[in-house]
Every structure is written in C-alpha cells, then in structure tokens.
Design a binder for this molecule. Structure first.
Ligand code: G1P
Length: 281
C-alpha cells in the first residue's frame, strides 16, 4: 500500500524560543527564508506523499495561512521582480491537500498522534517533527529512505542516530539487533533515559513511519515520562507484539527546537546556498 499521508504534530508551545514564539508558531520560524514546517512538507512530498495532516493548537493559524493562497499579497507583487519568491510555495501547495485538527491539551506526542487518527484512517503514514530538520544533499530524504524500508518490511519504523551517551536524556533511545546494515529490530525503547539507564546511544529523531495499529496501542498506553502519553512507549508495545524497526538514516539532522541547532542549521544552509550561487557564476 502506497504511503500518501504524513502527520505533523505541531501543537507544542516552543518555549525554548520565547519570546519569538509568544504569538507565532515555532514551526513557522524560518531557516533562511523558509519556515521549518515547509522543509518537512517538502521532504514528505519528495517521498511521494500528498496529504499533510497537521495537528495544531491555539495560536497556530499562521500554519494554515502559509499553506494557502494569499490573494492580496500575490496580486500586489504580480508582475514585479518579487513574484518568483512565491513560486516554490505555490508549487508545493498545489501538490498537496492539507488537513488540520487541534490537540486541545498538551498530553504528549503519543496523544498528539492519536488526535490525527480521524485524518489518517486505517493506513500506514509518515510522521515529521518539524523542529528536527533533516537534510541529505546528494540522495533521498529521510522519509524516502524510510518508505523504501517499509516497502520491504511492512512495519513501523523510527529513524535513529548515534548520540553521545550523556545526551540520551533528550531522546527516545532504542535497543535492538542489527538485521541489516543500519537497520535494527527493536527489542527495547525508553523515553529520555538518564545515560546510566539508556539501553544504547541510538536515539530516535523526529521521523517515523507508523502502521495504523499504533492508534490502538496509544489508547492503551499509560502516561510515562513527564506524565505524558509517549509515542515511544506505544511503539514498544508494538515491538513486543510484532516488529518495529529502527533505521540509521543517511544525512544530517539539526535540532531546530534548540537555539544551538537552529543556528547550526541556518549556517549550514546559508553556506550551501552560497556555494551553489558561486557554482552558478
Ligand atoms: C520527541 C520524542 C523523542 C524523540 C524526539 C526527537 O521528544 O518523544 O522520543 O527522541 O522527539 O526529536 P521531544 O523532542 O518532542 O521532547
């Protein structure tokens, strides 16, 4: 079954970016001239998906406006040198359908994903946490890579990367057996463990392919770390019953939910853009 839907949990407050995120969704913070969530949607489209299911919350309307036509602005700049600046987003929104629902209370990532059940239905789907910006310059995006793996194994998959052991407390961390190069069959998963309790240094990053049985698993998942319903715990339940894979993706990931990662991503893409410009001359 072709995976066409991608879920974007985007209800969080973005407190690490206050005051910038007081009245603006953190997903709309720009890296160069594009908001974070647009990079995520582009990655999903590149992976062949065309339906974006966005879990929003109060104060997030700018996301809906971004993925819509802005008649006034567009008629103002029509025929001027500025018009091409909107070409990319125009082309992107023409390729997709956007659906939205709100997470009314912040009860964790698992709960946010469950809120998307009505938008997703009974099919496998992708999940993008937009503040993890993933870039793979010379090859497939991370979601594309994961879809290929799902074609082969037909199960839920989490993207992982190695992190320094002292940083495991920031991530979901997996343990598992490597069944092919960079692909692990998950046997354990812990949300944000202290380094001494972490089962490995393989950390989950914000890309998932989930099978629809995840929704029932979330419904029976009790609040975990920080009293929240954790997707990590629900996935462990699936791993115990069947198979969940962890995939060491190819490319780079920037934690744009932190100021450091955000600045690194900005510098990285700025340097790349400059290199491309120079290459053209
Ligand atoms: C979420 C997940 C965590 C994962 C992380 C990746 O945590 O709960 O398992 O490692 O995303 O960015 P958050 O960063 O939203 O606290």
């Amino acid at each position: 079954m072709k995976i066409t839907k991608c879920l974007f949990p985007a209800a969080g407050y973005g407190t690490r970016f206050l005051p910038a995120t007081k009245a603006m969704p953190k997903e709309m913070l720009p890296i160069l001239t594009k908001p974070l969530i647009q990079y995520g949607v582009e990655e999903a489209v590149e992976a062949g998906m065309d339906t974006m299911a966005i879990i929003t919350g109060r104060g997030k309307r700018a996301i809906e406006d971004h993925f819509d036509i802005s008649y006034e602005l567009e008629s103002q700049i029509k025929g001027t040198s500025k018009e091409p600046l909107l070409n990319e987003i125009r082309a992107l929104i023409n390729k997709c359908t956007f659906t939205y629902t709100r997470q009314r209370e912040m009860k964790g990532l698992g709960d946010a994903i469950l809120k998307g059940q009505a938008l997703i239905g009974k099919e496998p789907f992708g999940v993008v946490l937009a503040d993890d910006l993933c870039i793979n310059h010379n090859g497939d995006g991370v979601l594309s890579q994961m879809i290929k793996l799902n074609d082969k194994y037909k199960c839920s998959i989490v993207a992982i990367m190695e992190v320094p052991k002292e940083e495991t407390y920031k991530y979901g961390v997996i343990a598992g057996k490597e069944i092919e190069d960079g692909v692990y069959m998950v046997s354990d998963m812990v949300e944000k463990p202290e380094p001494s309790e972490a089962p490995s240094n393989l950390a989950i990053i914000g890309r998932y392919i989930l099978t629809p049985d995840i929704f029932d698993a979330i419904k029976t998942t009790k609040p975990g770390k920080n009293g929240e319903i954790q997707i990590t715990d629900a996935l462990l339940a699936l791993a115990k019953k069947g198979m969940v894979l962890a995939y060491k993706f190819k490319g780079e990931r920037f934690d744009c939910g932190s100021v450091d990662g955000y600045v690194q991503a900005t510098n990285h893409l700025y340097n790349l853009q400059n290199k491309k410009e120079k290459g053209k001359k």
